[in-house]
Design a protein around this ligand. Sequence first.
Ligand code: ADP
Length: 167
Amino acid sequence: MAGYLDARPRVGYFYTGKSGTQLLAEKVKHITVKHYQSRPVVVQEAASVYDAICTMFLEDVGSLFVVDKQATLVGVLSRKDLLRASLGKQSLESIPVSIIMTRMPNITVCKADDLITEVAKKLIDKQIDSLPIVTEVDYGSGFEVTGRITKTNITALLVDLANDEMI
Ligand code: ADP
C-alpha cells in the first residue's frame, strides 16, 4: 500500500488522501538523469563528416558530441546535420564536422543530478533527441561530457514505471 497509508504514533495507520496519480508523480519527480543515462559518443572537431557518419553507424547512436583537444564540449551532430552535409557535391572527407555542427553556446546541456522530468521538458521544448550530460570544468569550453540522455532513455523509464521496476 506504499504511499496510500501512513502511520503516526498514537494515531496508527491512516489514509494519506493521495491518489495513485499523485503518488506516481511524486515518484517520477525524484528520478534524476544519472539513473537512466547512456554512454556519450564523441568525435574530435577536426574529424570529417565522413568519419562522423562512420562513427554514428558503428556506435549505433543518433547523435554525436564534438569535443576539442582538451576533450571539452564544442558541438553536437545529429543524423540530419550529417544528411544535410551529404547533399552537397563536396567530398565528405574534406568537410570538418566543426563547420556543420550546432556549436556552443547554443547547446542545451544537463547535469547528472538534474531531474529526468526537466530533461524531458527540454527535449520537447527544443525539439531535439538528446542532451549531453556535463560537468563544469575551468578549461576549454567549460563543459566535460560525462554522459548522454535521449528520448530512448526516457522511454525506458516509462517501461520501468509500467512494470513497477523503477530504479
Ligand atoms: P535530427 O536533426 O536528426 O532530427 P535532433 O532533433 O536531435 O536530430 O537535432 C535537430 C537539430 O538540433 C540539429 O541541427 C542538431 O545539431 C541540434 N541539436 C541536437 N541536440 C542538441 C542539443 N542538445 N543542443 C542544441 N542543439 C542540438
